[in-house]
Write a protein that binds this ligand. Structure first.
Ligand code: KIV
Length: 271
């Protein structure tokens, strides 16, 4: 029996159970109602309204410009398409970096103004206090360490993190700090598979990998990348499950041809 047949609504408890049972967790990003509905009906475990919204929806180069209001707007739309999956929302850049209280207030705002089940924020030790404050108030937090795109200007590139021993140790300590602060799950982005395996074995909470190898408890991808909508971006960790760019381009070409040749609409399509 597959997990989608057994589980009515995915919660933090479900994800903990899946880890204990060794059942992998599937996560995808979504930014609108129709896509979220399709993903939910297809049996995805977690839908993330990622701040990748800034790149793939708004066309920005980084995740930095997207705002709280925009994240909330998209989350409300996505939530209407979901019956089963757990809905997680990224806290955008500068919504939790200013102070612990500011992060706490913004996490609360997301929970009050959307139907999200959790928030996600980037960072390890340096945001541990913020995670603790938010989780102490009953708001589930998903952590995110390794390559954290909101710090891209500090890193200087999107290269893999944790390749040398010192950086790998820092990332392991970050993972432990996030767990100790009360997070219920953690994203490991673009780190060596052996490091992700070590973290996954060390932590009780599920690890969700993106470019972090097969040993994580689950995997997440940015949906326009895995659907083949975003043809300009092909890092090695993205597997393309469809070529939506080609399907959409062909459909639009055919529609344009049909309109121009008066082949659309037909008599049956008219009143
Ligand atoms: O914003 C996002 O889409 C993310 C995923 C890459 C995990 O944080």
């Amino acid at each position: 029996m597959s997990t989608e047949q057994v589980i009515k609504r995915v919660t933090t408890k479900t994800l903990a159970l899946l880890k204990r049972k060794g059942i992998k967790i599937s996560v995808l990003t979504a930014y609108d109602f129709i896509t979220a509905k399709l993903f939910d009906e297809a049996g995805i475990d977690v839908i993330l309204v990622g701040d990748s919204l800034s790149n793939v929806f708004q066309g920005n180069e980084t995740t930095l410009p997207v705002t709280m209001d925009e994240m909330i707007y998209h989350t409300r739309a996505v939530s209407k398409g979901i019956n089963r999956a757990m809905l997680v929302v990224d806290m955008p850049f500068m919504s939790y970096q200013l102070s612990i209280d500011e992060g706490f207030r913004n996490a609360g705002r997301i929970m009050k103004e959307t139907s999200a089940g959790a928030v996600k924020l980037e960072g390890g030790l340096r945001v541990a206090e913020t995670i603790k404050k938010i989780t102490d108030a009953g708001i589930p937090v998903m952590g995110h360490i390794g390559l954290t795109p909101q710090s891209i200007y500090q890193f200087g590139s999107y290269r893999e993190r944790g390749k040398d021993e010192n950086e790998a140790e820092e990332i392991l300590q970050d993972a432990k700090a996030v767990e100790e602060a009360g997070a219920y799950a953690i994203v490991l982005e673009k780190i060596p598979a052996v490091l992700a395996k070590k973290i996954t074995e060390h932590l009780k909470i599920p690890t969700i990998g993106i470019g972090a190898g097969v040993h994580c408890d689950g995997q997440v991808l940015v949906s326009p990348d895995m659907l083949g909508l975003n043809m300009d971006f092909h890092p090695r960790f993205v597997r393309r499950y469809a070529n939506m760019a080609e399907i959409i381009t062909n459909a639009v070409k055919k529609y344009t041809e049909d309109v121009k040749s008066s082949n659309f609409p037909s008599e049956e399509e008219s009143y």
